[in-house]
Design a protein around this ligand. Structure first.
Ligand code: BGC
Length: 448
């Protein structure tokens, strides 16, 4: 690589990695609860209903946080939003860790959820707007990589603290990345695109000088200025007829990312493994850590391929892999149990997660950061993100009920059928965005 590449890439990678700590908090805080639950339910003597309320309060908070904050991200800027939610993360983690009763715990988890909801899309939004087109896929997907790392770390922390039943430490540790994120963002610039949107062209130019090669600065500024950018995005504006095609892509992918069942595995893997006949709890936990590791490793693979192969080939291949894995997993529960079928269940869960990690995992968050025009980007992303969290909650609440009423085979086949829907939807609607300037992507999506 040329030395000028190093000069320009280095700060952008550092900036993106800092903002991607949003992903780490997202992953950690959604993953940690399953382990912590085992212990605080004893301390507070929780009924199954209240256990469900604590577990889902963060997901409900996330849907709400994502929904109400889009306009704020357009109005006050991406950077400020991330700084404010880092503060909220810190306070909410401490409230959860110090909870003296169930009311305080639910409040803490709900506030954690609000912060996750906002951070889950402002992180990718911020990164997409500072990245050069040729590496935007990998840089934005650093956020997804840290989501998977956060999930894995949460499994390990749960495991490490399980002996002493230290659930307060499990919940409180999230305060550390929150502080690093908040302090880190204080030093980082606002995105050139948001600065242009708010009329601060000089400041945008100054930021571009910090993060681009000298010869790229003026042309990128001209490109941003050439798009309609003035005015604040509002819900009504984002819902206008001309944006329907892009809204449908974002909301559709948001829903498909969840209803194809990823979080049945992320939240309930040990339950599924035990159902499939993996006898000991220790083996189930080990297999679950394996799931977390496969998720991280395959997300790294995806990061390396997104800007080379493009989004569409990875998305379609991955969803096809998810479908085949789900059909196999369903089949395992249909035939008589044996050691071979138990391990086939583990193998198909692993291939399912691997296929998700190269496709719907990173690509949903990447595309919603890419396809919306600057004018309504914050609001439109928040609408897609809210849909994602709402369906996350729906799947989390219904999975165990479906498992009991339909049985495991039919449940996983239902997710397989929904994956076929995801494939057809992606094939028909998802554009290729590899290597294009954000400004060109929107122009193209609008005319197709
Ligand atoms: C999804 C989460 C999921 C995670 C798993 C994210 O892209 O939005 O719901 O838990 O991937 O890696």
């Amino acid at each position: 690589m040329e030395s000028s590449d190093h000069r320009t890439r280095h700060p952008v990678v550092f900036i993106a990695a800092t903002a991607a700590l949003c992903g780490l908090l997202f992953g950690y805080d959604t993953g940690v609860i399953s382990g912590a639950l085992l212990f605080f339910k004893k301390d507070f003597m929780l009924s199954p209903f209240l256990q469900g309320v604590v577990t889902s309060s963060a997901l409900a908070g996330a849907a709400l946080g994502a929904g109400f904050s889009g306009r704020l991200a357009d109005r006050f800027g991406r950077r400020l939003m991330v700084i404010v939610v880092a503060g909220l993360f810190l306070i909410a983690s401490l409230i959860s860790a110090w909870a003296s009763g169930i009311g305080m715990l639910i409040t803490g988890r709900f506030l954690v959820g609000l912060a996750i909801g906002v951070c889950s899309y402002t992180g990718p939004l911020y990164i997409a707007e500072i990245s050069p087109p040729e590496s935007r896929g990998a840089l934005v997907s650093l956020n997804q990589l840290l989501i998977t790392v956060g999930i894995l770390v949460s499994y390990l922390v749960d495991y490490a603290f399980a002996n002493g039943e230290h659930w307060r430490w499990m919940l409180g540790l999230a305060a550390i990345p929150a502080v690093i994120l908040g302090l880190g963002m204080l030093w980082l610039p606002e995105t050139p695109r948001w600065l242009v949107k708010t009329g601060k062209t000089e400041a945008a130019m100054a930021v571009l000088r910090r993060i681009r090669r000298p010869e790229e600065v003026q042309s990128e500024l001209d490109l941003i200025l050439s798009q309609p950018h003035e005015r604040e995005g509002r819900w009504t504006e984002a819902l206008a007829h001309e944006y329907h095609p892009v809204l449908i892509i974002g909301i559709g992918l948001a829903i498909f990312q969840q209803i194809t069942g990823i979080n049945t595995i992320i939240y309930y893997a040990p339950t599924i493994f035990q159902l499939a006949g993996i006898g000991s709890a220790a083996q189930s936990i080990l297999a679950t850590a394996g799931v977390g590791a496969v998720n991280v490793i395959m997300t790294v693979v995806s990061l390396r391929l997104l800007d080379r192969l493009g989004r569409r080939p990875l998305l379609l291949t991955g969803i096809a892999g998810m479908t085949v894995s789900l059909i196999t997993l369903g089949w395992v529960f249909q035939v008589p149990e044996s050691p071979a079928t138990s391990w086939l269940a583990v193998a198909s869960v692993m291939t399912y997660v691997a296929a998700f990690a190269i496709s719907l995992g990173p690509i949903f968050w990447l595309l919603i950061a890419e396809i919306y025009p600057l004018r309504v980007r914050g609001v439109a992303m928040s609408i897609a993100t809210m849909s994602n969290w709402a369906f996350n909650l729906l799947v989390a609440l219904t999975f165990l009920i479906l498992l009991n009423s339909l049985g495991p085979a039919q449940t996983f086949w239902m997710y397989a059928l929904l994956s076929v829907g995801a494939f057809l939807f992606s094939y028909r609607f998802v554009p290729e965005t590899k290597g294009r300037a954000l400004e060109d992507i929107h122009a193209e999506v609008r005319t197709t």
